[in-house]
Design a protein around this ligand. Structure first.
Ligand code: ADP
Length: 467
């Protein structure tokens, strides 16, 4: 007996608990805007950290000169050089990527930074004079949690992603790199220290001055945006010439009771190394979507024999990676041959009927649709906070018809958006539904590429007169 009823019941329950009606999404939008407010009002006022970046201007296209960047945020690091001619143009940076030897990820900070400084030295030597008396400027993208103390300095809060260099924790990050550059005799100054989303915002803004926010949806998810300094209440008296500053939201940690949560999310969170952390990220990003689907298939498999005997692979966390989930979701062959292949190769579930394969596609659809729609709600939350959602801002009393909606652009990066068509389409659809077509017409999503590298070099340029 296949017990189809059971399986259909599990699917129905999943659909119900993942429901993202426009009404529900609007509640998420409001919650996001409210939490942003709270995070800006006081330190620890919200699950949203709303970190100050001290980035008080964004590249405009008029930058001139040669600038370098170093991008460190995972198992590889990249060095990059960009030449700016004073006019917006297609940037064509020289880039070199290198893996970080594993022993350096858990050793002493001096060894890591000396290694990086040597690579940078060789890279500079190829293109410019290392001996030049003119100090070269370097933008440093460091994608770990940092408490920023100025645009060019900050203290490491904790390592993530497999790094564990104890002597670095609570130490000044840019300073450690600067010392290594000096030891190496390289005349280069670390002039900005930024997080990858800030780089994305900078690169976006270089090409399009209407960009107000940047969102990354890849392995993890995060966002940053341009805020007026007088709205950053927790830092009273903060003054910048521009009157604004980029705020790094760390939105992966957003949480609200309005988020549609399932039993699978609860278990995924409980079994993760960081329970109660990064709740929004666990529903949206590439690290997790495949694993939510695995959990649903496991439950169905346990409750019926539609998938044959329960495959032991189904018990292994993260066996089903998100790119493969996407491949199943987007399988448009009549017999769903991709689905069959992936189920067999990856999950060790051979030969299931077409009807059951369709069920798997449906699960992928439900999980991705929820993810993309929540990401859209997050974006509208930011627009609402800065009064660009067409409603006149969080406290605005003006009526809708009084508002002349300005063109508003959001920079987006990350494979979920760029590689996963269904995700992208669901995100756009939700933006339209939440904002209404009249407003949504003025909101554009711009894809940037490699903001974490190029953006940092651009920020080194736009902040070059400041320090
Ligand atoms: P980063 O690790 O810097 O965030 P990406 O933006 O490329 O890099 O995101 C990688 C994540 O995107 C991985 O977690 C992977 O699961 C997911 N991913 C990569 N390609 C695809 C794809 N075609 N469809 C869906 N998800 C993908």
């Amino acid at each position: 007996r296949r017990k189809w009823k059971r399986v259909v019941g599990v699917l129905k329950e999943l659909e119900e608990s993942c429901e993202t009606t426009v009404g529900r999404l609007k509640q998420v939008v409001d919650a996001m805007a409210v939490e942003m407010h709270a995070g800006l009002a006081s330190e620890g006022g919200s699950k949203l950290k709303m970190l100050l970046t001290f980035v008080d201007n964004l590249p405009s296209g008029s930058e001139k000169g040669i600038f370098y960047a170093l991008d460190l945020g995972g198992t590889n690091f990249r060095v990059l050089r960009v030449e700016l001619g004073g006019q917006r143009s297609d940037l064509d940076p020289d880039v070199e990527q290198q893996p970080i030897p594993e022993q350096l990820m858990t050793g002493r900070s001096e060894d890591l930074f000396d290694f990086i400084a040597s690579s940078l030295y060789q890279f500079v030597e190829k293109n410019d004079s290392v001996q030049s008396p003119i100090t070269k400027l370097l933008g440093f993208t460091f994608s770990f949690p940092v408490k920023q103390t100025s645009v060019s300095s900050g203290v490491l809060i904790k390592w993530t992603k497999g790094f564990a260099i104890r002597d670095m924790v609570e130490k000044e990050v840019a300073g450690a790199l600067q010392q290594a550059l000096t030891r190496k005799g390289l005349n280069m100054r670390v002039s900005v220290l930024v997080n990858d989303t800030v780089g994305t915002l900078a690169l976006g803004h270089y090409h399009d001055a209407d960009i107000v926010a940047a969102v990354i949806i890849g392995t993890g998810t995060n966002a940053c945006y341009w805020e007026r300094t007088d709205a950053i209440i927790k830092c009273q008296g903060l003054l910048t010439t521009s009157g604004g500053m980029v705020v790094n939201m760390e939105w992966g940690n957003f949480w609200s009771s309005h988020l549609p949560r399932t039993s699978y999310d609860i278990k995924l969170d409980a079994e993760s190394p960081n329970p109660n952390d990064q709740g929004f990220e666990k529903m949206i990003s590439g690290m997790y979507l495949g694993d939510i689907v695995r959990r649903v298939i496991l439950r169905m498999s346990e409750e019926s024999d539609v998938f044959g005997p329960v495959s032991s692979r189904l018990y292994l966390p993260f066996t089903l990676r998100t790119p493969l989930m996407a491949a199943m979701h987007e399988d448009d062959s009549p017999e769903l041959t991709q689905v069959a292949r992936i189920l067999k190769d990856v999950l060790d579930i051979p030969d299931i009927p077409l009807k059951a394969r369709k069920l798997v596609v449906k699960i992928c659809d439900v999980v991705t649709r929820r993810a993309a729609r929540l990401a859209a709600a997050g974006i509208v939350g930011i627009l609402k906070k800065i009064g660009r959602d067409g409603s006149g801002g969080i406290t605005g009393g003006r009526s809708r018809s009084d508002i002349k909606m300005r063109r508003t652009a959001v920079a987006v990066e990350g494979s979920l958006y760029t590689q996963y068509t269904m995700f992208r389409e669901y995100l756009h659809e939700a933006l339209n539904e939440i904002l209404g077509e009249d407003i949504a017409r003025h909101v554009v999503i711009i894809v940037t590429e490699d903001g974490s590298g190029t953006g940092a070099a651009l920020l080194a340029a736009s902040h070059s007169s400041e320090n």
